[in-house]
Design a protein around this ligand. Sequence first.
Ligand SMILES: *Cc1c(COP(=O)(O)O)cnc(C)c1O
Length: 450
Amino acid sequence: MEKLIYERPLIKKLVTGMPNKFGMKTVNEPISHIENISVKELLEKYGSPLYVISEKTIRKVFKTAKRAFETRYPKVQFAWSYKTNYLNSVCNVYHQEGSWAEVVSGFEYDKAIGNGVDGNHILFNGPDKSEADLTKAIKNGSYIHIDNFDELYTIVKLVDEIKEKPKLAIRVNMDTGIFPQWDRFGFNYENGEAWKALNQILMNEKLELVGLHCHIGTYIMKTDAYAVAASKLAELAVRIKNKFNKNIKYIDLGGGFASKNTLKGAYLPASDTVPSFDEYAEAISNALLTSELEPQHMPTLILETGRALIDDSAYLLGTVQAIKRLADGRRSMIIDVGVNLLFTAFWYEHTITPAQPFSQYTEDTVIYGPLCMNIDVIRENINFPLLKKGDNFVINRIGAYNMTQWLQFITLRPNIVMIDLEGKVHIVRERETNENITNSERLPMHLQKK
Ligand SMILES: *Cc1c(COP(=O)(O)O)cnc(C)c1O
């Protein structure tokens, strides 16, 4: 018998309410305003599509996360994950709230310095640090989280030429009971590589070991995984103390807390299933506080939370371009937001809500972006109200990764505005122009029009 093609099982929770002949409603109320500012007015003034960031939400969510950890553990420090959203306006809100910077490239490192972050408040992660990057980081007193032995040996070579003693941590990867296990970054715990790297650093008088780092994955819904990670790093810290009589300054558990966006194919909406900051904090602090770490030398707990902090703080507004029937009779809707602006549509079922009152009738709809590319699908199938050309909509929870992983592809990137605490709207990144793109191009002489 021929093997059947595997089809992913898909079970959906039905939201109770009045069904109509097409099924249940997925949206109940329009979103006509964001923080009392009319969506239509924003689009008229700044163009469609438009990214809108709420400073108020950034600060509110940050305070919730900070409180969850600070009420449970004596010393806590957040470091903003630049790659999650490195708009200067966003980074500076986090820096004002007391966050350090967590960067994963020379480009991000320079951005953090440009934002006025002290060198000794920058954590430098990632597998790609050039000698120039490392030299700069050592001279600035930044914390270098070593990814591999080659990087360690490069640093050992560099310290012969640089006077400053580098402040080092290693990234550790480990089995925390989640699948897939991320083992491509850092040194493995179980096979002894992490311990070997630590010994090489601690035996070298020119190097200073300050911390231990891990980042076990992203969108981790199991708080237990963090408890395992914290226990394993604590165990390494205790071994360091026993063998070298040295107390490390910090344990950095990275990021990876899930945001409230629902993953494709998820059984329940994320808002019902994702752990709260309190639950993550409880698992982590409990593991550290009950470990064999000496009470008088508890390391600072560093967190590099990205998506769970920023996702709720931004919206993507847009306009319906056209409605059409597909060959199989299904309704489809073309909008001016594509995967070039909403990269996370590849793995999330984003919530999309009309910005004006809508009819109670709904229909199964495919939502396409404006790109002339088959992959440009925002929702494969959503039971959606019948919008028409020119109607507006709001996609919420898009703050993480979209403003960094976006693509300049086929169209230009639109304006980004931030609503401040007083309700004033500021452009924080201007829409791109043709010149922005072509200015860095060079046309060889023989191809120029005479
Ligand atoms: C991407 C990244 C983060 C942030 O991850 P989130 O899943 O967005 O919380 C933190 N630390 C490191 C090392 C990362 O690479």
